[in-house]
Design a protein. Structure first.
Length: 97
């Protein structure tokens, strides 16, 4: 299973996100964990055109759960998910294994 992992440090909000390639073309699994100021865990599987919508939804959940403003945290989380998804997709499309 291919995996991309990254850590987000946004104004004191420490978190981790892993994006996995699933067994199906174009489908990813995103697992997120944020520890500050309240613990939050979440995961979802998503494919193709739904990735952006799910990334936005997850960003909103992070913002609401942690109390951090959407402008500070949410958009960064969304952008990070999208960047990792795009990187995975590019590798997937250029790799036959």
């Amino acid at each position: 299973m291919k995996q991309f992992a990254f850590r987000q440090d946004i104004k004191g909000l420490r978190g981790e996100c892993r994006v996995y390639a699933s067994g199906f073309p174009g489908v990813i699994r995103v697992e997120m964990f944020f520890a500050c100021p309240r613990e939050m865990r979440g995961s979802f599987e998503v494919s193709g055109p739904n990735v952006n919508a799910m990334a936005c939804e997850m960003a909103e959940v992070v913002s609401k759960t942690t109390g951090a403003p959407m402008s500070d945290v949410g958009r960064t989380v969304r952008d990070a998910i999208m960047a990792k998804h795009d990187a995975w997709l590019e590798k997937y499309e250029n790799n036959d294994d």
